[in-house]
Design a protein around this ligand. Structure first.
Ligand code: NAD
Ligand code: IPM
Ligand code: MN
Length: 360
């Protein structure tokens, strides 16, 4: 029996609901694959602010560092939206990513045939779409200095953020982009705004230079505005996309809608030392929190990514992914992916039918 220490960060809003369901799924899969999980829960986001005054208590970071992988649900909510920036839930999440040096965020958007009717786009546009967004996660405008709201000489306020990337920051994420494309269909599209931004020109220069090391990868470049348009116009042209922090945040939400719902999209946040945070692409969905309406599948698929990329347990990961497909085949749908003739379930029931499939 293999043993893993997993830190659970349920966070806020629908976070605790989708986390509870996911832990039950992991327990069942663990038993089947002779994997023992030691789960330890820790505080982040609004829940941590309420309990300790800080969005990422030092103890949480310590617990994460001493574990084999971190499973995060989501943070944030109206209640904390007007606190000073340093005390916001989002600041805790950024501190977690920065603190663990998780510079590479893999966000796969795969269209399952069962969910084509849940997409807002036409069947022929989305059928067969399989995209991996490689998002830089610890740099760019999210972290650049200076930042803040400053007073000008005339007494007016001025809000400032800085988009900056060093060569080494670009190189390490570009490398992940090329390697990811190599393992997939060999196409890498780098997305930037090099026609306007100097930081993007450096990005494009470095990515272009690196292409020589990957002769079997076909590299293209798009400006981010065009990329957003192409993602909804003809998403099948994309295989792997590599881009900076803010562009990746926006494009991955857009890519999510190709699949029917953001409630389906998992992600893996990885660094170089093997410790990863596995988190859905969506947020805490305060509009449906506490109502047992959330789709837990993005969280459950994030747990599958944890097994695959974080713990090197690909068989258990595949088992979960196949079970997800099977419950969709059986017609079970949460509200966000509902379509005509399907069976409506809540968050908890989705977990229960999934476990039934796993155990059958
Ligand atoms: P959101 O992703 O939370 O919600 C956007 C919309 O998608 C909402 O209508 C919501 O109900 C729906 N949705 C999201 N996840 C769903 C799921 N699993 N099942 C069904 N429907 C789902 O984005 P938002 O409303 O812009 O942000 C809400 C809060 O979450 C904010 O405080 C924001 O900062 C935070 N946030 C956190 C993360 C994270 O923790 N990684 C990510 C994004 C946003
Ligand atoms: C995400 C979220 C976060 C981000 C926020 C909540 C800090 O939108 O994980 O996509 O912008 O990275
Ligand atoms: Mn986002």
């Amino acid at each position: 029996t293999k043993q893993y220490r997993i830190t659970l960060l349920p966070g806020d809003g629908i976070g605790p609901e989708i986390m509870a369901v996911t832990v039950e799924v992991l327990k069942v899969v663990g038993k089947q694959h002779k994997i023992e999980f030691a789960f330890e829960e820790a505080l982040i986001g609004g829940a941590a602010i309420d309990a300790t005054g800080e969005p990422l208590p030092a103890k949480t970071l310590e617990i994460c560092r001493s574990s084999d992988a971190v499973l995060l649900a989501a943070i944030g909510g109206y209640k904390w939206d007007n606190l000073p920036r340093q005390q916001r839930p989002e600041t805790g999440l950024l501190a977690l990513r920065g603190g663990l040096n998780l510079f590479a965020n893999l966000r796969p958007a795969t269209i399952l045939p069962q969910l084509i009717d849940a997409s807002t786009l036409k069947r022929e546009v989305v059928e067969g779409v399989d995209i991996m967004v490689v998002r830089e996660l610890t740099g760019g405008i999210y972290f650049g200095q200076p930042k803040g709201i400053f007073e000008t000489e005339t007494g007016e306020k001025r809000g400032v953020n800085t988009m900056a990337y060093t060569e080494s920051e670009i190189d390490r994420i570009a490398k992940i982009g090329f390697e990811t494309a190599q393992k997939r269909r060999g196409k890498l599209c780098s997305v930037d705004k090099a026609n306007v931004l100097d930081v993007s020109q450096l990005w494009r220069d470095r990515v272009t230079a690196m292409a020589a090391n990957y002769p079997n990868v076909e590299l293209t470049h798009l400006y981010v505005d065009n990329a957003a348009m192409q993602l909804v116009r003809a998403p099948k042209q994309f295989d792997t996309i590599v881009t900076g922090n803010l562009f990746g945040d926006i494009l991955s939400d857009a890519a999510a809608m190709l699949t029917g719902s953001i409630g389906m999209l998992p992600s893996a946040s990885l660094g170089l030392d093997g410790l990863g945070v596995f988190e859905p692409v969506h947020g805490s969905a305060p509009d449906i929190a506490g109502q047992d309406q959330a789709n837990p599948l993005a969280q459950i698929l994030s747990a599958a990514m944890m097994l695959r990329y974080g713990l090197n347990e690909p068989e258990a990961a595949t088992k979960i992914e196949q079970a997800v497909i099977k419950v969709l085949d059986q017609g079970y749908r949460t509200g966000d992916i509902m379509s005509a003739g399907m069976k409506a379930v809540g968050c908890r029931e989705m977990g229960e039918v999934l476990i039934k499939v796993l155990e059958s």
